[in-house]
Design a protein around this ligand. Sequence first.
Ligand code: HEM
Length: 503
Amino acid sequence: MVLFYLSIFVLLYAFYLFSKRKHNYWKQKGVKSPDPMPVVGNFGKVMLLKESVQKLFQNTYKQYPNEKIVGLYRGFTPMLLLRDPELIKQVLIKDFPLFQDRGMSTSRSKLGKNLFEADGETWRILRQKLTPVFTSKKLKDMIPLVEQCVENYIKYVEHLTENNINHEIRSLQSKYTLQVIGSCAFGLQLDTYNDNEDEFSIMAKRIFNPTTFSRALILLDMIIPGVRKLFNTASDLQNFFLNLVSKVIKQREHEPMKRKDFMDLMIELREQGKVSRKSEDGILEIDMNDGLIAAQALVFYAAGFETSSATMSFMIHELALHQDIQNKVYDEICSVTAKHNGKINYDCIKEMTYLEMVFDETLRKHSVAGLLIRKSLTDYTLPGVNVSISKGTPVLISVSGLHWDDQYYKNPEVFDPENFSAERKIARPPCTYLPFGDGPRNCIGMRFAIVQSLMGMAAFLRKFKVEPSSRTKSALDYKPTGLTLESKDGIWVKIVKRTPATQ
Ligand code: HEM
């Protein structure tokens, strides 16, 4: 019995020493780091679902105002947080080839081969193939589809304002963005405003609501990297999207629709044939088959839906609280649309410079994708701080940390679109405003996101005024879970239809 307890004690002590040695990594390099806890490192609160990963890095950014870099541990894995804009520029842009990967691939399924998760040569080929799909010209061709969605959205809000005073804006905006992405990425005409949800909407929502088992795997993967890859979860979800995209492609092969949406453009890419390249793992072949097209369509949805609808909701929330800013936006919308025969189209959106400043400030104050990640592909010495990191080290950038740093934005808690006046933009160092990331791996859908959001917002604000309601909070609490920023209790405002008296 004594021997049993002694062995347990020795094992625990050995584990303690192992843990201590692993968690000594940053100290040995002279890099400051918040104290890690045994096993979970600095991810204790994240694992207990009390803090989002985004918030963990934002807090760490704030905690070390005089450091250019800060070390953290996810389990036993050392991660490096970059605080200094020069270093951020170095990693995202100047030394991009050494930090091209995110190292986030989590799945072995067919749909795992998407632009966001792909790394190495696969990412390079995919990005090269998909970049032409997002040019201004292609975007302009898609505008009639967006216009149709804007029309449906405004009709629905008109009906909504007939009787109710308190409106939850987040779910309202989701209906609009889901319709846009359903139309542009999957070629579907969804009736998102109907109370009876269609199968696509139900399945699409499941992507953001993983099962308890998938959630547990995500958390376990933080401690034991790679464990998530061993399981193929949500195969019914994957099969649904694969079948759906195959059906759409088949339909278009027989009777080309020429909608000029992402699906049409990706089908066109298929005609270019296979791409073969040499890679570290031998010859790599990328063929735009149904599975690969489905993977990209799904990631356009996953990366674009929550982010865009959250941004529009935060914007409405701020405008309800700042009537002076809303009035200025409204005046601009009226004067610009008057020059375009009352229409809200691609060209007039470009002239709404103040609306765009409000959009930029919304993403500054509420950074919906508040964390960027890269992986070092070699051993690397960080210039200026002379610290070297090993190949494979995850390097992180806290977008929300930068956006709330009073060195770059005076009174960051105040919503101030003037932060994006030409003078203030020029005066700020590069890489201090990163809502869409930066460098060759930035958000490929940025322009699409801006156009769909501004078209929706311009049409909405021209017809309706938003005011605080009894449920509107002056400062929002965010959910401690989830990868993108989301308000804990929804976003509530009063929507009033504009009449000549309120104009
Ligand atoms: C307001 C809306 C959006 C925000 C704030 C946003 C933000 C971001 C950010 C921060 C990244 C990572 C960039 C980096 O690591 O440097 C990203 C990547 C990406 N986004 Fe967006 N995004 C938005 C909308 C969209 C839309 C509408 C689409 C598609 C139609 C999209 C597709 C993607 C894809 C595919 C990637 C991965 C790119 C790559 O790895 O090459 N995003 N986005």
